[in-house]
Design a protein around this ligand. Structure first.
Ligand SMILES: *Cc1c(COP(=O)(O)O)cnc(C)c1O
Length: 477
């Protein structure tokens, strides 16, 4: 279509007011507020305009394009987009268990039930029922955290980044914090230890080298300016080969000699010894507390399997200082999170049950036998489909833990692969991603990969249905 012809067609687009006065629109106005309908018409027209400008060959006159038969469904779609929440569930078929972009840990049903119950009406969030007076928001989880970890005292804040900020600010504002060069990590999502340090008002004192840091590197750096010795879990990478780091035990001893607090940012923080399940060693929270460290911090929504939170555990005298820092008020945890966190922690009273029921831990421990059963269920549904424009196969692959935990752990998994016969992989990926619910998959070489590890059993029928829908749409386009 020539440019002038395009412009002719564009000029025929009716105005918003014209459209609003049409009887076909009256139906929409009966159901939806006027501002929503007006916005939908504006957006719908905008989209049409763009279509006309971009399409290779357009309609001759545009008349059929502007018929209300065509326009009303277009506006209805724009209305739906406005009134549906933007934050929505997706199906995670990437196999990455703790996927920060996909909301990290899915919650256990008891955590969900608890947060619904606590938020529907009033709660004893900051009320002591025994005494009938003002209570403490943090008290609800402190006892269980201490019991599970062996720590003297506990505090929970908004997230682990907040916990690290609070700890450094409290203990080392205006002073130096000694950190190994090999641990100056970036976690992703713009969390970089040196930046957090600066914001907390402390000065970074790097010691050692990228691959090797020794106890006497810390020792030599200690002076009147030192406020804190910090260890950071190199969550998402490992230095291999000629490398060495100072153990937390040794650092705690050094801290004691110089009367300096020692802190460990554990990142993921696991309460269960994963080696019992054939997984790589991830230091447990209990082991870290046993070293006598002043405080450790970790996330609530990584391996722990709870909601977003920053958990701080350690010695009472340090924790008391964190609790009175005004930053704690700014970083405070809300009641929905607190409810979900408390219920998740209660599951850990029975470690075996925790491993079997907390979604992140269960996914971590699923073997290929169980994953194969899941994969076969999906394959069976797909093989019943009419569409023969793709081939589906089940095969072995590896999934990642993600979330900065166990970066070297290879988890043998089962994936369902889809291979289009006469259209592109990207088209398939896009249609699945734009489905309802969206399906997040990964593309590898010549195939689209759906990892069975992170797909819930209940999602198998939905997955099959969405794949079928996507293929029907592709066939039509
Ligand atoms: C993930 C991580 C953080 C950040 O935790 P958030 O809960 O995302 O704020 C900080 N430090 C380490 C070592 C981590 O792995």
């Amino acid at each position: 279509m020539s440019l002038s012809l395009r412009q002719q067609v564009l000029r025929k687009i009716p105005s918003v007011d014209e459209i609003l006065s049409r009887p076909e629109i009256a139906e929409l106005l009966k159901v939806h507020p006027r501002n929503v309908v007006v916005e939908a018409i504006r957006k719908g027209i905008g989209r049409l305009r763009q279509e006309i400008l971009q399409k290779e060959e357009g309609p001759q006159s545009g008349d059929d394009l502007f018929s209300f038969e065509h326009l009303v469904p277009l506006f209805q779609k724009e209305i739906d987009l406005q009134i549906q929440p933007r934050l929505r569930r997706v199906i995670n078929a990437t196999g990455v268990i703790i996927h920060t972009n996909l909301g990290r840990a899915p919650l256990h049903p008891s955590a969900i039930q608890h947060l619904v119950e606590v938020s529907k009406t009033y709660s004893n969030l900051e009320y002591d029922i025994e005494l009938g007076e003002r209570g403490n928001r943090y008290a609800h989880v402190e006892e269980i955290l201490c019991r599970l970890s062996g720590a003297e005292s506990a505090l929970v804040v908004n997230n682990n980044a907040g916990a690290v900020l609070l700890v450094i600010n409290t203990l080392a504002e205006g002073k130096e914090v000694i950190v190994s060069r090999g641990e100056l990590v970036e976690i992703g999502g713009a969390f970089r230890i040196p930046d957090v340090m600066r914001r907390s008002g402390a000065l970074l004192r790097e010691v050692g080298t990228t691959n090797r840091t020794h106890l006497n590197d810390y020792q030599k750096a200690i002076g009147p300016q030192t406020g804190l010795l910090l260890k950071v879990h190199t969550s998402n990478f490992r230095v291999m080969g000629f490398s060495s780091e100072v153990s937390l035990e040794d650092l705690v001893q050094l801290g004691k000699q110089h009367q300096l607090p020692v802190i460990d940012d554990l990142g993921s923080g696991c309460l269960i010894d994963l080696t019992l399940y054939g997984l790589e060693k991830e230091p447990t929270v209990q082991e870290m507390i046993k070293t006598g460290v002043d405080a450790i911090t970790f996330s609530g929504d990584k391996l722990l399997g709870g909601p977003q939170a920053g958990i701080i555990l350690g010695k009472k005298n340090s924790l008391d200082l964190f609790k009175i820092n005004p930053l704690t008020r700014a970083l405070r945890i809300d009641k929905l999170t607190l409810a979900a966190l408390e219920s998740t922690l209660l599951l850990y009273l029975d470690k075996k049950r925790a491993m079997e029921e907390i979604p992140t831990l269960l996914m971590l421990s699923l073997d290929t036998k169980r994953l194969k059963i899941r994969g076969r269920r999906l394959l069976k549904r797909l093989s019943k489909m009419e569409n023969k424009r793709i081939t589906c196969t089940l095969r072995e692959d590896v999934s990642q833990v993600g979330g900065g935990a166990l970066p070297l752990q290879e988890l043998p998994t089962i994936v369902l692969t889809l291979k289009p016969l006469d259209f592109s992989l990207n088209t398939l990926e896009l249609h699945l991603r734009k489905g309802d619910p969206p399906i997040i998959s990964r593309i590898s070489k010549e195939e689209l990969i759906l990892d069975m590890r992170t797909v819930f059993d209940e999602e198998i029928p939905i997955l099959a249905q969405e794949i079928e829908k996507a293929l029907t749409k592709i066939a039509k386009s």
